[in-house]
Design a protein around this ligand. Structure first.
Ligand SMILES: *[C@@H]1O[C@H](CO)[C@@H](O)[C@H](O)[C@H]1NC(C)=O
Ligand SMILES: *[C@@H]1O[C@H](CO)[C@@H](O)[C@H](O)[C@H]1NC(C)=O
Length: 441
């Protein structure tokens, strides 16, 4: 019965997916560096093919900025991306042959261009002269054209706002990785100039791209203060979409001592104002961004913190923590788990009697559909194996798509395909997060 219903839903979803008449965008991100992982975390280009009928755009990440060479756009990993190496750029644009309506864009930035001590500095320096902007525009045009991309996604690396604490807890110090946000009270002393210059960059890109009809999108990365850096009124007409990556509001790197919902639709009570999807969408709407250009980002992963004795036993967020939980096997990143990994940690018949690090987490649902779900496990008598996890599942992802539909926005973006369950190990369906979202859009 359930299997039948499942396949019926799949057929309906496929029919809707292939019926490109409703105009909603589904931006599917794929971080190509996942092809270099070992073992179960490895995701190569052919692994994402089954997702493509559900996507309007495939966005390949990530390219970077070559500060040592006149601020050109460059492949971050030439041996992986370029024809002189494994040729993944060519592989992804070749996917258009079997998916003729698919647009394949290249994304620059995304906080993956991290070679320098302060990775946002070159993204700001590039803006400062018309010569460096032109060098970037010309190199972008050439790279897109050479590899047959359909456009560029600007996941621009502006400085991130400083994390704000919800509660004034004190306790064990946790030393972490902080180079993405400045920690200074003034985010950028030249912010006003950079804001104007970014408008100029976008305008120049748009003009240069016109003859080829290349698309140009903006991805507003988490913790970029749009009121500081982005002039919505002057940007909006030159962008094909404005993609709000309204997730990672709270992460174990930024907020090691305080776990909370990472990507709520609405603001839970007594939280930092603005750290939720609805606040971002309202801001952009209020500034005059066309609704049909606004796209809402949906993560396909969970973020986990380590619970300690002081965390208490209720699991109710926000709660005291001690940094990220153990590294995810797929990514190797502390406290970062793909949907397939999250799924395996939730209760199922196979893990019901396991103990210690294997003991399933207790899942807490979200009947209000406003904040998202979480799962946790209190530490054992030795203080080990405590964990608190905020994550997206197919249902909560669907709720976000439902929000987008109800508000009449332009679509959704999936971050990213490699962290969705592309093997279908959780419930048999491949790409369940993408699929559930597309279905509710
Ligand atoms: C496809 O779009 C057309 C026109 O909007 C609509 O009439 C039809 O029902 C759609 N088909 C599906 C399967 O959604
Ligand atoms: C963003 O910048 C505005 C204007 O400077 C400021 O009022 C606001 O608090 C900032 N938001 C965050 C989240 O830092």
């Amino acid at each position: 019965m359930w299997l039948k219903l499942g396949s019926l839903l799949l057929l309906v979803a496929l029919a809707r997916a292939n019926n490109g008449t409703d105009g909603s965008k589904v931006l599917c991100y794929y971080d190509g560096s996942a092809a270099l992982r070992e073992g179960l975390g490895k995701v190569i280009v052919s692994d994402i093919e089954l997702a493509l009928p559900f996507c309007t755009h495939l966005i390949y990440g990530y390219a970077g900025v070559d500060a040592g060479n006149g601020f050109k756009l460059r492949a971050l990993d030439e041996s992986l991306d370029l024809d002189s190496g494994k040729g993944q750029y060519r592989q992804v644009t070749t996917l258009k042959r079997r998916n003729p309506n698919l647009k394949v864009l290249l994304s620059v930035g995304g906080y993956k261009d991290l070679a320098e001590e302060k990775p946002f500095e070159k993204y700001l320096a590039l803006l400062e002269t018309s010569g460096s902007r032109t060098a970037f525009v010309n190199s972008a045009y050439a790279l897109l054209k050479t590899y047959n991309f359909d456009g560029l996604d600007l996941a621009w690396q502006f400085p991130q706002s400083k994390p704000k604490r919800i509660r004034g807890w004190t306790g064990k110090l946790w030393h972490g990785f902080k180079k993405l946000f400045t920690g200074d009270s003034v985010l950028d002393p030249k912010a006003e100039e950079h804001r104007e210059e970014f408008v100029a960059l976008v305008r120049d890109l748009k003009n240069a791209f016109q003859p080829e009809n290349f698309q140009l999108g903006l991805t507003v990365l988490p913790h970029v203060n749009e009121s500081v850096f982005l002039d919505v009124f002057l940007l909006k007409d030159n962008l094909d979409y404005i993609n709000l990556a309204a997730f990672d509001q709270q992460t174990p790197e930024r907020n090691p001592k305080e776990a909370d919902y990472t990507a709520p639709i609405y603001e839970p009570t007594e939280r930092v104002v603005g750290n939720n999807i609805d606040a971002k969408v309202s801001y952009w709407m209020g500034k005059g961004a066309p609704l049909t250009k606004l796209v809402v980002g949906i993560p396909t992963y969970g973020r986990g913190w380590k619970l300690v004795e002081e965390s208490g036993i209720t699991g109710v967020p926000p709660l005291r923590t001690d940094g990220p939980s153990v590294p995810g096997v797929h990514s190797g990143i502390p406290g970062f788990y793909s949907w397939a990994e999250v799924c395996a940690m939730l209760p199922n018949p196979g893990n019901a009697n396991l103990k210690g690090a294997e003991q399933p987490l207790r899942k807490i649902g979200d009947p209000t559909r406003r904040f998202g779900v979480y799962a946790y496990r209190v530490p054992d008598e030795n203080g080990e194996h405590g964990m608190w996890l905020s994550y997206e599942d197919p249902e909560t992802a669907g709720n976000k798509a439902g929000y987008v539909r109800a508000k009449g926005l332009g679509g959704i973006s999936i971050f990213d395909l490699g962290n969705d369950d592309y093997r279908g190990v959780c419930a048999g369906d491949k790409f369940p997060v993408l699929r559930a979202s597309k279905y509710r859009l």
